[in-house]
Write a new protein. Sequence first.
Length: 338
Amino acid sequence: MTLGQAGEIEAIRRITNRLPPATAAELGPGDDSAVLRAPDGRFTVSTDLLIHGPDFRLAWSTPYDIGWKAAATNLADAAAMGARPTALVVAVAAPLSTPLSMLEGIADGLRDGCAALSPGVSVVGGDLSASETLTLAVTVFGDLEGRPAVTRGGARPGDVLAVSGSLGLAAAGLALLFRDGVDGDRIPDAEAARILRERHGGLLDAQLRPSPPIGGGVVAGIGGATAMLDISDGLLLDARRIASASGVRLDLERAALGPDLARLADPALGFDDDRRRRLVLAGGEDHALLATFPNAALPAGFRVIGRVEGGTGVTLDGLAVDGRAGWDPFEDWDGLAG
């Protein structure tokens, strides 16, 4: 049965029946608004769009992947503020020919992504509409639990720069898809992607079904992080955002990135040394947490990759680098869907 055949009421019923209640919700789906508890009196809120074409390709991603990634990318935004995610609101616009099984698969991915990455979080509401392009708009709420929010603007000279999570894996997975997950005309191909996933499942999952360290946001907040964000657009570009907001220079240590480079050294991947460096430094969508701390006694899960210095911009072992290198959807999308 398609979305057009079922209609809104039946489609929403099938979706919400697959979603568990959120522990932070006093009232979930079914009314005009959800009611969430906010014991701290404050909460974080962020929203994100995932659109067929620039953000995912149906030839490469299953509906389950799309739902999981929608949960993961938004949960990371709450975590990056030092908040504990509490609930998601999801709006979906889809063609009327969309099978209801696809919407159910997205719901399953949302459910399982939340359960795996931030237990207790669920979808508490949203909307469903028709569109020529499959689009998800997701809003995430987070509880600061009495702590101040960790913004991008608090880094100070003398702090250490640290990361929790992987660097470059998601970008490597996307590079493999654009190289080997296409047909002879360079159009995304589902069968080619399936074979690629069998060969390099870890890298493909890092891109299509990411698992960022959501719990690390609260750990960092409790541990005294002075600034933080999640790396969605690449290490250099997102480090530049902290540097700009804080009025400092972030100096990355090349040696500290050795483990990230080593993960991409398998000859079967076909990445030379220069490509591996670019994937680690400028690749996006890992949603690792990049944070600064006042000393090197870091919370669990974080490792030092640099220092905060006086000045501006981003450097690598003290030398200038292009801090603008990274993912920009307004420049980098090829205009295709697939």
